[in-house]
Design a protein around this ligand. Structure first.
Ligand code: MN
Length: 243
C-alpha cells in the first residue's frame, strides 16, 4: 500500500502509528508544514525504511513561517522529496498570496539549482498560478499535484506539462473529483490520504486507507482491481526510479 501525501507527524500518536504504517505500507511520503517540523520528524522517524519525510513549508502557514524560508532553501540540497509546498488562493489565505509566491518560487529555484526534486504540491484555489510558476521552472523536478481541484482546462495544462497527481478517498467522494481523476493519465497517479485532515465517519484516515482509491479507479478505468493495484505500484517505482 502507498500513501503519497500524509501528515503522519500530526496524528496524536504519531510515532506508534508510524511503526504500524512502516509495517503495513510499502511507501508513505510524510509531507511537513515547516523546515523545523521536517528536521524534527526526520529524526523521530529515523530507521522506518518505508517512510520518507519531505521538506516543506505549507502555504497556509506561509505568513507565520516565512522566517524559515532560508532553512527551506538551505534544506533542499539534502532532501530527496519536497512538500508540502505550493499556493492556496482560497478565501482564507488569499491575502497571503504574495508571501506564498515568494516562498514557492524560492523553493522551485533551489530545486532547479540542485538538479530537480520530487515535489508534493498544494494548489487549492490557485491551480492556474501554480501551473504558471511550474511552467517557468521546468528543471525544478517532478511536480506531484496533491488533491488537484482546478478546472478541466487547468487539468489539461497540467497533464501536458507532465505533472503527476496524488488522489485520495476524499477527492473521490464527489462527482467533480471523480471526473477530474477520470481525465488524469493512468500512469501518473498515486494514492494519498492527506490525513489526519481527512476523515470518514469522524475518524481520521490512516495512511493505509489511501489504498481505498483502488476500488474507485477500477470503476473509473473499467479495469479489474489487481490491474489497478499493479498500475499504481508501477507508477511509484517509475517516479522513484526517475530520480
Ligand atoms: Mn496536505
Amino acid at each position: 500500500m502507498i500513501d503519497f501525501h500524509s501528515h503522519l507527524d500530526l496524528y496524536p500518536n504519531g510515532l506508534a502509528l508510524a511503526r504500524e504504517v512502516n509495517e503495513r505500507n510499502k511507501f508513505t511520503l510524510v509531507v511537513t508544514t515547516s523546515p523545523r517540523a521536517y528536521h524534527a520528524t526526520s529524526r523521530v522517524f529515523t530507521g522506518l525504511r518505508n517512510i520518507k519525510v519531505a521538506l516543506g513549508l505549507h502555504p497556509e502557514v506561509a505568513d507565520s513561517k516565512v522566517g524559515e524560508l532560508d532553512a527551506l532553501v538551505g534544506g533542499v540540497a539534502g532532501a530527496r522529496f519536497i512538500g508540502e509546498v505550493g499556493l492556496d488562493g482560497s478565501s482564507r489565505f488569499r491575502k497571503n498570496l504574495a508571501v506564498q509566491e515568494r516562498i514557492f518560487q524560492a523553493v522551485l529555484d533551489e530545486c532547479s539549482t540542485q538538479g530537480g526534486r520530487i515535489l508534493s504540491i498544494h494548489s487549492r484555489g490557485a491551480a492556474g498560478r501554480v501551473l504558471e510558476l511550474l511552467a517557468t521552472s521546468k528543471s525544478a523536478g517532478t511536480p506531484v499535484l496533491h488533491w488537484f481541484s482546478g478546472n478541466g482546462a487547468e487539468l489539461h495544462t497540467a497533464c501536458r506539462m507532465g505533472c503527476w497527481f496524488s488522489v485520495g478517498p476524499s477527492m473521490l467522494a464527489g462527482a467533480k473529483g471523480r471526473h477530474l481523476v477520470s481525465k488524469m493519465p493512468r500512469d501518473r497517479v498515486l494514492p494519498e490520504t492527506d490525513g489526519p485532515f481527512t476523515m470518514t465517519d469522524g475518524v481520521a484516515l490512516k495512511p493505509w486507507d489511501a489504498w481505498r482509491v483502488c476500488n474507485v479507479f477500477a470503476e473509473l478505468w473499467s479495469q479489474p482491481l489487481d490491474i489497478v493495484e499493479e498500475q499504481l505500484k508501477h507508477n511509484l517505482r517509475r517516479l522513484l526510479g526517475a530520480r
